[in-house]
Write a protein that binds this ligand. Structure first.
Ligand code: C5P
Length: 232
């Protein structure tokens, strides 16, 4: 399957996101975009429908985490928006993951978050009162998600190979923390280039500021796609 490069639409409202996307309309194929909590809570389902009508592949990064019944119903509602990707916390457990998978749309992939990359190993151990290393915990949660029928994970690039080792080659491994060579790291502690991410076992990328803050965002997107191995 074609590996997606998602542009993270980290904008405060629909108008600024749409203004950013205008120059992309000239491309033969519309890019895939990631809508996170900030934009979804501001612009809502109507904006997501608009993106779908305009031909964008949509990844809703809402990181669902609640009781299985509630998550199942939430996924069913989101499936009506015809989005292709949705995130959920693996820590919600097997039943929650299974309910999500059972209610997803036909063309929808569920991606599990294992451990938030904002956690250091020490933070995670203290918060979750576990002696497990970060690598062991990530692998445990990835296995749980895989066994529940989830389609893949979203993780730091350095975790992609660990996840691949305990799941399957066709289990999706989408990684943020991507920068084109020469760009500022901003607040990302560990960054990597599209090429290195692919070599590390990633099957898809999330790229925000390297594209959204570029002087010419379409050209930056095309550079990412070329480095990743797809021409835009
Ligand atoms: O601008 P930048 O490329 O750093 O944006 C990365 C995007 O990926 C943001 O939307 C951020 O919220 C998201 N993300 C991340 N690290 C994670 C999960 C998601 O940076 N572990």
């Amino acid at each position: 399957m074609t590996a997606p490069v998602f542009i993270a639409l980290d904008f405060p409202d629909a108008a600024s996101a749409q203004a950013f996307l205008v120059p992309f309309r000239d491309l033969p194929e519309q890019p895939a975009v990631k809508v996170g909590m900030e934009l979804f809570y501001a612009a809502g389902p109507a904006f997501v429908r608009e993106l779908r009508q305009q031909g964008f592949t949509v990844f809703l990064d809402l990181k669902l985490y609640d009781i299985p019944n509630t998550v199942g119903h939430a996924v069913a509602r989101l499936a009506q928006l015809d989005v292709q990707y949705l995130t959920i916390h693996a820590a919600g457990g097997t039943k929650m993951l299974q309910q999500a998978v059972a209610n997803k749309g036909a063309d929808m992939k569920i991606l599990a978050v294992t451990q938030l990359t904002s956690f250091s190993e020490a933070d995670m151990q203290a918060t979750q009162q576990t002696p497990l290393s970060m690598a062991d915990s990530v692998q445990h949660l990835a296995k749980l998600a895989y066994a529940a029928g989830v389609d893949g994970t979203i993780s730091a690039p350095g975790e992609a190979a660990l996840i691949q080792a305990v799941t399957a080659d066709d289990f999706l491994r989408i990684t943020p923390g991507i920068r084109l060579a020469g760009d500022a790291a901003d607040d990302q502690a560990r960054i990597t280039t599209p090429k290195v991410a692919r070599q590390s076992g990633a099957t898809g990328l999330v790229v925000g500021r390297s594209i959204t803050k570029a002087h010419t965002p379409v050209a930056a997107y095309q550079r990412v796609m070329a480095e990743w191995g797809n021409e835009a």
